[in-house]
Design a protein around this ligand. Structure first.
Ligand code: ATP
Length: 285
């Protein structure tokens, strides 16, 4: 653990452009900026580019738990990929120090033809664990999924929620230094999510840095303590979850966040059942 204080992610004026070679500039209306999506521009040689991220300056260190909010196409997933080292900045710089576990699509790295058990091992290895480490964890993961004998069946026989259970079991058992989570964890039933949340919180505590993009304020409030509002590829606001959600979505959403934070803190301190509206509303769209 000695190296954990050195876990860092930094970006300096980082930009990510996607050139779109088969789009014609003249067929695009000039400078019509919709609410959703990145800024569409063009290079000197008239190639259309989507400016997915523009001049992002972030300095993340051990203990940071950052939530990303923003409209569809604002640049959240692109930023997660940049912070994971999957994308290089087109301009500017990005440096990552630490072992990254990128969890974008919970299904990535899973094979439909092999069993749930085998998928657990493979998925863990995909996230940087060794086979031996995964074998030690497998009983615990199997118990967590509550899938019983199904774990011996090929993954293709599972429902979406069952697959998410397997994926969440693996993800919450690993020990990354930098955890990059994209949403997609909403497909399980409320009861299971409650159980998963406890493990996710523990994981976040073990991880050096968490960056989590989600459209669910519920999850953001439970897992993060700081938020970035990404808007048309730029960081529009950086602050506490409640403050950022208020600016992005308004006072009702912020009030909900406040309630979730309060009840999560109450659960964490073990003071159960003082009559407050029975915990959080687990289900969120
Ligand atoms: N591979 C790609 N090729 C071209 N354009 C892309 C690519 N990936 C993303 N974009 C564009 O970059 C912009 C940012 O997309 P991104 O997926 O980062 O948004 P997001 O905030 O994660 O959106 P959502 O909430 O809908 O998942 C969008 O305008 C999108 O069209």
């Amino acid at each position: 653990m000695g190296a954990s204080s050195e876990v860092r992610v930094d970006t300096w004026d980082a930009c990510v452009d996607f050139p779109i070679f088969d789009a014609k500039t003249r067929s695009l209306k000039k400078s019509v900026l919709g609410k959703a999506g990145g800024v569409i521009g063009s290079t000197e040689s008239n190639v259309v580019v989507v400016e997915a991220l523009k001049n992002v300056n972030l300095h993340l260190q051990h203990g940071d738990r950052i939530g990303l909010v923003g409209h569809n196409g604002a640049g959240k997933s692109t930023l997660l990929r940049l912070l994971s080292g999957i994308y290089e900045p087109t301009r500017g710089a990005c440096t990552i120090r630490g072992r990254v576990a990128p969890v974008f699509d919970l299904g990535v790295g899973m094979d439909p033809e092999i069993s749930g058990y085998e998928n657990i091992i493979i998925r863990g290895m995909f996230l940087g664990m060794t086979r031996k480490e995964m074998l030690k964890k497998i009983d615990d993961i199997a118990e967590f999924t509550e899938l019983g004998d199904y774990l011996q069946m090929p993954l293709r026989t599972y429902s979406t929620g069952m697959r998410v259970r397997v994926a969440l079991g693996v993800v919450t058992s690993i020990d990354p230094e930098i955890l990059i989570l994209d949403e997609g964890i909403g497909a399980v039933d409320a009861e299971f999510m409650k159980k998963a949340r406890v493990r996710l919180q523990a994981l976040v505590e073990r991880s050096g840095i968490l960056v989590f993009a989600s459209h669910s304020n519920e999850f953001l409030a439970q897992l993060c303590d700081r938020a970035l509002w990404i808007d048309h590829g730029e960081v529009r606001m950086d602050g506490g979850i409640e403050e950022v959600v208020e600016a992005y979505e308004g006072p009702t959403a912020a009030a909900h966040v406040r309630k979730v934070i309060a009840s999560t803190q109450q659960e964490d301190s073990g003071t159960t059942g003082s009559g407050t509206g029975t915990g959080t509303d687990e289900a969120s769209a």
